[in-house]
Design a protein around this ligand. Sequence first.
Ligand code: THU
Length: 131
Amino acid sequence: MSDELLTAARDVRENAHAPYSGFRVGAAIRTASGIHIGCNVENAAFPEGVCAEGGAISAMVAAGETEILEVLVYAEADTPVAPCGGCRQKLAEFAGPDIVIHLAGTSGITTSMTVAELLPGAFGAHQMDRD
Ligand code: THU
């Protein structure tokens, strides 16, 4: 795991807008062109909030990248935060099954899992093939 990814996710977490949960999360995605970052942005209309991973994916696509090479998610929790189901699906859109997602917390404990481990049997575009 690169220190660069850890620093990027930890730093962007500082900008999270999480007045409702108080749970700030940062995410950093490495692609061929560099690192793309996002933090969770909550909303008074709760379902309108977006997760850190979703924000980082939007920044990545806006930068012209669609291939994820590595991800790190950083949250202030004793145990590494588990990405929500929706974020697992969003990551699988741009990351192959063997891509590694690092989950880090303030305790220093980091878990690393592949996309396939996070989302076994993922739904993908190939399942919409009709021939
Ligand atoms: N959250 C993320 O941003 N990423 C995760 O992997 C887990 C949860 C956010 C969503 C919400 O703003 C807050 O954490 C509490 O669920």
